[in-house]
Design a protein around this ligand. Structure first.
Ligand SMILES: Cc1cc2nc3c(=O)[nH]c(=O)nc-3n(C[C@H](O)[C@H](O)[C@H](O)COP(=O)(O)OP(=O)(O)OC[C@H]3O[C@@H](n4cnc5c(N)ncnc54)[C@H](O)[C@@H]3O)c2cc1C
Length: 456
C-alpha cells in the first residue's frame, strides 16, 4: 500500500536511486518504481538499482577536474551513490572506479532497506498522476512512457506559440546522440586560425582551422585508420544516421579522400587572410557559450575512442594543444529538450509537481545523472514539506550544469557533461590552467557549502 503525501519516483538508476535517498533522508516517504526485472532495457543485465551499464568508473576524484568537483559537491550533499562508490572502490589511480556488482547491491540494500522507501517493481507506461513525481527513466526509457512524455511536451508547446520557433529546431525526445567534441577556447592556437563566416555571411562568427593539401592528407589517413568504440547490439548506426543526418566524420572519410572536402571540411567561401587563398580544407569551430569559454567542432560527430580523438584531432592546425571539455560520441539516448521545458529546479514548466532527472534531462554521464537526481529528490521533498524548490548557485558545478541544460539555445541543445567551461570566469583572471581550476573549485565548494547551510 502506497503511503500518503509521498514522492513518486520512476526509474531506479543513478538518478532515481539518489533522488529516492535524498527525499527519504528528509523525512518524506518515497515510492520508487523500477521496471526491472519485470521489463528489461537493452543494456541493463541485473535487477539491481543503480546498475552501471558500461564503464565501472565514476571518473576522476581530483578537485581540479570537473568530475572531481562534482564528486566534492555531491559528497557535501550526502549522496548515497557516492557513499556506496567509496565503500566499494577498486584501485584506479585518481579515478573513483567501483566493483560494479557490490556497488549496485549496496545501493539496492540501502534504498530498499530505508524505512521510508517502498520499491515497486513495475513498468510505468503513463506519466503518473501523483504529485510530486520525479521521472528518471534514463537514456533507455521504455517506449510507452516515452510516448506519454512526447504527447505531454507536444501539447505544452502547442499552447505556447511564443516558443514555437525555438521548438521547431528542437526534437521532442531524441533517440540518438550525435555529438561533436567541445574544446576549451583558450587551448586553440589563435595564430594558426582565422575568424570568418562562409562567403562573409554572418561576420566573424566561426573560427576556421585551415589545412594545406599535405596536412589534410595526413589527417584524412589518420582518421580512417583510427580506432573506434564498438556499437552496442541495440545500436544501429544506419538508423541513427538516417534519423539525425549525423554521419560520423570518420564514416564520411572512409568514402574517399575527397568526401570530407564536400562535407564538414569544405573550404568553399573561405579565404585565409594570411595567404589570400582558399585552403585545401577547413575545420570550423563554433562558439558554444556566451562567456566564450567553449568551442564546438562543427560536423565532427564521431565514434573514435577518446584517446584517438585527442591524437587525430590535434593534428588539425590550431588544435595541437586542444583541451577536450566534451568528447564526440554517437549512441542511443533518450533526452528531452530541457531548455524548452524545464526550470533549473528540474520542474516541468507546465506542471510544477512534475520533476525530471538523470540522463533524460540532457546531462551526460553517471555522475551528472546522479547529481541531478540528488537535486530532484531534495526539491520533490521540499514541495511535500511546503517549501519552494531551489537550485544551487551558478558558480557551483551542479548549478552551472543545470543552468546550461535549462537555458542554452534549444535548437542546438545536445547533452552536456560537467566541465570547467560551464563555470562563470573568475573575477580576477588566473593565467595558469591548474591554478585557475583550483581557484574555480574552491569558489564552487564554498558556494555549495553556503547554499547547503540555507537550503539543503
Ligand atoms: C549503453 C550505455 C552505456 C553508457 N556508458 C556510460 C559510461 O560508461 N559512463 C558514463 O558515465 N555514462 C554512461 N552512459 C550514460 C549514462 O550516464 C548512464 O546511462 C546512466 O546510467 C544514466 O543514469 P539515469 O539514472 O539517468 O538512467 P539509468 O541508470 O539508465 O536508470 C534508469 C532506470 O529507469 C528504468 N526504467 C526505464 N523505463 C522505465 C519505466 N517506464 N518504468 C519504470 N522504470 C523504468 C530502467 O530500468 C533503469 O533502471 C551510458 C549509457 C548507455 C545507454
Amino acid at each position: 500500500m502506497k503511503p500518503k503525501a509521498c514522492v513518486t519516483i520512476v526509474g531506479g538508476g543513478l538518478a532515481g536511486a539518489e533522488a529516492a535517498w535524498q527525499a527519504a533522508e528528509r523525512g518524506v516517504p518515497v515510492c520508487l518504481f523500477e521496471m526491472r526485472p519485470t521489463a528489461g532495457t537493452p543494456a541493463h543485465q541485473t535487477d539491481l538499482l543503480a546498475e552501471l551499464v558500461c564503464s565501472n568508473s565514476l571518473k576522476s576524484q581530483e578537485l581540479t577536474s570537473a568530475s572531481g568537483l562534482l564528486h566534492g559537491e555531491a559528497e557535501r550533499l550526502g549522496s548515497v551513490i557516492q557513499q556506496a562508490a567509496r565503500a566499494h572502490a577498486v584501485p584506479a589511480g585518481t579515478a573513483l572506479a567501483v566493483d560494479r556488482t557490490a556497488f549496485a547491491h549496496e545501493v539496492t540494500r540501502r534504498i530498499g532497506g530505508h524505512p521510508l522507501v517502498t520499491v515497486v517493481r513495475e513498468e510505468v507506461t503513463e506519466i503518473p498522476v501523483e504529485r510530486p513525481v520525479v521521472i528518471a527513466t534514463g537514456p533507455l526509457t521504455s517506449s510507452p512512457l516515452a510516448e506519454s512524455l512526447r504527447r505531454l511536451f507536444r501539447a505544452h508547446l502547442e499552447e505556447r506559440p511564443s516558443q514555437g520557433r525555438a521548438a521547431e529546431g528542437a526534437r521532442l525526445l531524441s533517440f540518438y546522440d550525435a555529438i561533436s567534441p567541445i574544446l576549451a577556447t583558450e587551448s586553440v592556437d589563435r595564430e594558426k586560425i582565422f575568424a570568418a563566416s562562409r562567403y562573409g555571411k554572418g561576420g566573424d562568427d566561426y573560427w576556421n582551422c585551415p589545412m594545406t593539401d599535405e596536412e589534410y592528407t595526413a589527417f584524412w589517413r589518420a582518421l580512417v585508420e583510427a580506432e573506434l568504440y564498438p556499437l552496442h547490439d541495440f545500436e544501429n548506426l544506419e538508423e541513427a544516421c538516417f534519423f539525425e543526418g549525423c554521419l560520423p566524420v570518420e564514416e564520411s572519410a572512409r568514402r574517399g579522400r575527397e568526401a570530407l572536402l564536400y562535407g564538414p571540411l569544405k573550404p568553399v567561401g573561405l579565404t585565409d587572410p594570411r595567404t589570400g587563398r582558399r585552403p585545401c580544407a577547413v575545420v570550423q569551430l563554433r562558439h558554444e557559450d556566451k562567456a566564450g569559454q567553449m568551442v564546438n567542432m562543427v560536423g565532427f560527430q564521431t565514434r573514435l575512442r577518446r584517446a584517438e580523438q585527442q591524437r587525430v584531432f590535434r593534428m588539425i592546425p590550431g588544435l595541437e594543444q586542444a583541451e577536450f571539455f566534451r568528447y564526440g560520441s554517437i549512441h542511443r539516448n533518450t533526452y528531452i529538450p530541457a531548455p524548452l521545458l524545464l526550470e533549473p529546479t528540474l520542474q516541468f514548466r507546465g506542471d510544477k509537481g512534475l520533476f525530471f532527472a538523470g540522463q533524460l534531462i540532457g546531462v551526460e554521464g553517471y555522475l551528472e545523472s546522479m547529481a541531478s537526481g540528488l537535486l530532484a529528490g531534495i526539491n520533490a521533498a521540499r514541495l511535500v514539506q511546503g517549501f519552494e524548490p531551489v537550485t544551487p548557485p551558478g558558480d557551483t558545478m551542479l548549478g552551472a550544469l543545470l543552468t546550461y541544460v535549462t537555458s542554452t539555445d534549444p535548437s542546438r541543445f545536445q547533452p552536456m557533461n560537467a566541465n570547467f567551461g560551464l563555470l562563470p570566469p573568475l573575477e580576477v583572471p588566473v593565467r595558469d590552467r591548474q591554478k585557475r581550476k583550483a581557484a574555480l573549485a574552491e569558489r564552487s565548494l564554498k558556494a555549495m557549502e553556503a547554499w547547503i547551510r540555507i537550503f539543503a
